[in-house]
Write a protein that binds this ligand. Structure first.
Ligand SMILES: Cc1cc2nc3c(=O)[nH]c(=O)nc-3n(C[C@H](O)[C@H](O)[C@H](O)COP(=O)(O)O)c2cc1C
Length: 194
């Protein structure tokens, strides 16, 4: 059974970034619990390349490589800062280039950060429907963090740490089932064939 490939995607256009700190922290914590490998993709440096054209073949090599990594991931941890009560344009631009059926059944843990808790429901009202379009398995408990949960662009609040732990705990049964299904497919036998 190969290690799970967990890819974190940060949709912040700035660096350093609280969103980057959050998705990286969540992906690493998850990797520890499932014997996976965590990888971080920051979209900020890819903005110019992602805006180069509407077709994927028109984009620069780094943007294309990031899109490939996301499509090949076993699990995604995605995050965006709240901009005007939604995810950033950069976050949407990146996922506009993802194949329509490339994320079908993929487990995705949703996260976001904001200046306060006022727009916490963007996880449920904006992010979850986007990945519903992709027919992904969005995981049950999303994570929203506000600026007060971070110091020096690191997760520092005990409350946020507890929410991360709970979100991962709630996600584990789905991720394990998805991994078992993947491994069964790899050896040519679906679990439901028995
Ligand atoms: C253009 C812009 C719009 C923003 N709009 C919101 C908003 O609607 N709601 C909110 O809670 N925070 C808003 N913020 C604050 C950011 O979401 C917040 O600082 C976030 O943690 C920044 O994440 P980052 O460090 O990953 O870039 C906005 C910030 C900017 C620059």
């Amino acid at each position: 059974m190969s290690r799970l490939k967990i890819v974190a995607v940060s949709g912040s256009p700035t660096a350093p970034s609280r969103t980057t700190a959050l998705v990286d922290d969540v992906a690493r914590s998850l990797a520890e619990q499932v014997d996976g490998e965590a990888q971080l993709i920051e979209l900020a440096p890819l903005l110019g390349q992602l805006a180069q054209g509407v077709w994927r073949t028109e984009l620069g090599a780094a943007a294309q490589a990031a899109l490939d990594e996301v499509e090949q991931a076993d699990v995604l941890v995605v995050g965006s800062p709240a901009y005007r009560a939604s995810y950033t344009g950069l976050f949407k631009l990146f996922f506009d280039h993802i194949g329509q059926y490339a994320l079908v059944d993929k487990p995705i843990l949703l996260t976001a950060t904001g200046g306060s808790d006022r727009h916490a429901l963007l996880v449920e009202h904006q992010m979850r429907p986007l990945f519903g379009f992709f027919q992904s398995h969005t995981l049950p408990l999303g994570i929203f963090a506000s600026e007060g949960d971070f110091e020096n662009y690191r997760v520092t609040s005990d409350d946020l740490r507890a929410r991360i732990d709970l979100s991962i705990r709630r996600a584990l049964p789905f991720i394990r089932a998805s991994a078992a299904d993947r491994d069964a497919l790899a050896v040519g036998a679906r679990p439901d064939a028995f």
